[in-house]
Design a protein around this ligand. Structure first.
Ligand code: AMP
Length: 297
């Protein structure tokens, strides 16, 4: 059901993608593309404002499928903070040009009314995994994510869908809902793409001032410190989390929401690293909320 890929496939040739806004046109566009290009359909859901992280997902999708569908939808249902939704960067023309250069055939860019038509009243809630960390600090966030992802997967009916490890907990939530709802799609996790200095790429980085951008470097540095400590033989969670917090505290511009080392699959607290664990961090810096994570073990 699930796989993780790491090598970056080669760049694809440029095509003009079909930009589709409603569900019926999407269905027929995908059917036409299947007939013309082949039967393997891959899907990359995004909220637009595309960067090299998204590009990596698209390249994996292009390499593993005949048809690539990318959605651009800033999903109001997953924003618990209306200010964050209003400030979310949007530039569809630029996004479509980037996707054209990557050889994407179909861009699905629906309005909120297409995704949530009048009378819409079915919501997908994933218990357990979506209640901690992001779920605790962003109430309702994963209900919005799970609902829109389910609806997008039903609309596109891809063979494979690609999600970034950047949003580690989201990847776990999506894998859980795909298992539980018997959705016939392979979920593929793609490693986080970073700036040269370590900052995880994010559409929200565009909102960072120079000072906040410098402060934000402490996030990936802290995760690296925890990883180095583990590599040196520290396996107690207390030791690893102490390293994480010490590195974050060095940067006074950051307000930490959480910085933990937990079981990589269940996100439950552990006392020592006996099987794969994950360091996960959420901070506010200069009015922007950023998350990042990294493997421990
Ligand atoms: P977003 O547009 O932020 O909702 O992200 C769309 C998809 O791109 C999600 O699966 C994200 O996890 C993934 N993504 C975002 N940033 C990165 C990154 N820096 N590296 C890899 N994947 C990413």
């Amino acid at each position: 059901m699930s796989a993780v890929v790491s090598a970056v496939p080669a760049v694809a040739s440029s095509v003009t993608p079909l930009v589709v806004r409603d569900l019926e046109v999407l269905r027929s566009a995908i059917a036409d593309a299947r007939r013309a290009l082949g039967d393997r359909v891959g899907f990359v859901p995004t909220m637009g404002s595309l960067h090299d992280g998204h590009r990596r997902l698209v390249r994996h999708c292009r390499a593993g499928n005949d048809v690539t569908v990318v959605s651009i939808f800033v999903n109001p249902a997953q924003f618990n903070d209306p200010g964050d939704l209003a400030a979310y960067p949007r530039d569809e023309a630029r996004d479509v040009a980037l996707l054209a250069a990557e050889g994407v055939q179909i861009v699905f860019a629906p309005s909120p009314e297409v995704m949530y038509p009048p009378g819409f009243s079915t919501w997908v809630t994933v218990d357990g995994i979506s209640e901690v960390l992001e779920g605790e600090f962003r109430p309702g966030h994963f209900r919005g994510v799970a609902t829109v992802v389910t609806r997008l997967l039903r609309a596109v009916r891809p063979d494979r869908a690609y999600f970034g490890e950047k949003d580690w907990q989201q990847l776990l939530v999506v894998r859980q809902l795909v298992r539980d709802l018997l959705l016939d799609v392979e979920i593929i996790g793609v490693p986080t793409v970073r700036e040269a200095d370590g900052l995880a790429m994010s559409s929200r980085n565009a909102r960072l001032s120079d000072a906040a951008r410098t402060g934000a470097l402490a996030i990936s540095a802290a995760i690296r410190h925890a990883q180095e400590a583990f590599a040196e033989g520290f396996t107690e969670i207390d030791d690893l989390e102490r390293r994480l917090h010490a590195a974050l505290r060095r940067e006074s511009a950051l307000t930490v929401e959480y910085a933990v080392v937990v079981d990589a699959e269940t996100l439950r607290p552990i006392t020592r690293v006996a099987r794969p664990a994950r360091a996960l961090v959420a901070v506010h810096v200069g009015g922007v909320r950023l998350i990042d994570n990294g493997a421990i073990g």
